[in-house]
Design a protein around this ligand. Sequence first.
Ligand code: 5GP
Length: 176
Amino acid sequence: EKKLERIVQRIRSFPDFPSKGILFKDICPVLKDPEALTAVIDLFEQHVRQTYPQVELIVGLDARGFLFGPLLAQRLGVGFVLIRKKGKLPGPTQSVGYTLEYGMAEAEIQEDAVDAGQKVIIIDDLLATGGTLYAACELLKKQSAEVLGCMVLIELKDLNGAERVKPSPLFSLIQY
Ligand code: 5GP
């Protein structure tokens, strides 16, 4: 449809970034175009209202999940919570380690961020190997949250990230 087309037009590819052999999808032009950004939030909102009307919190991933998550949370009238890279959040935190395409990383959440049983949706800009979203799911499991699903703007199909995120369902707007 029209909205998806507009978003697709605003996604650029950069070869060999941030390292050789990686084709990086750049979503900056989506943010710069108000119509495309509105389309992204419209489509996410539509999916959540149809599929997860019981959602209580949107959880966004460092760093580009922070660009879309709060806009979506506002539309839905729910709160927003951050999962950050290690060492960025004050106070007591919980963390989970995970593997990246290049190396290791740790994801962190504030200990009191989510109540037990709270129904959450995790959002990020892009799914590659699924390592980042998997770590987020593990963190939320530790907090006894109920992960309804994961949502991304872009899914890189060849890397099979959706498998790694299972059993949480994955929703993506655009697939490559
Ligand atoms: P994964 O953990 O699924 O392998 O990688 C996904 C994470 O890396 C996401 O947080 C995403 O922001 C970032 N990422 C990896 N590749 C790309 C890319 O090509 N474009 C963008 N925008 N982000 C990427």
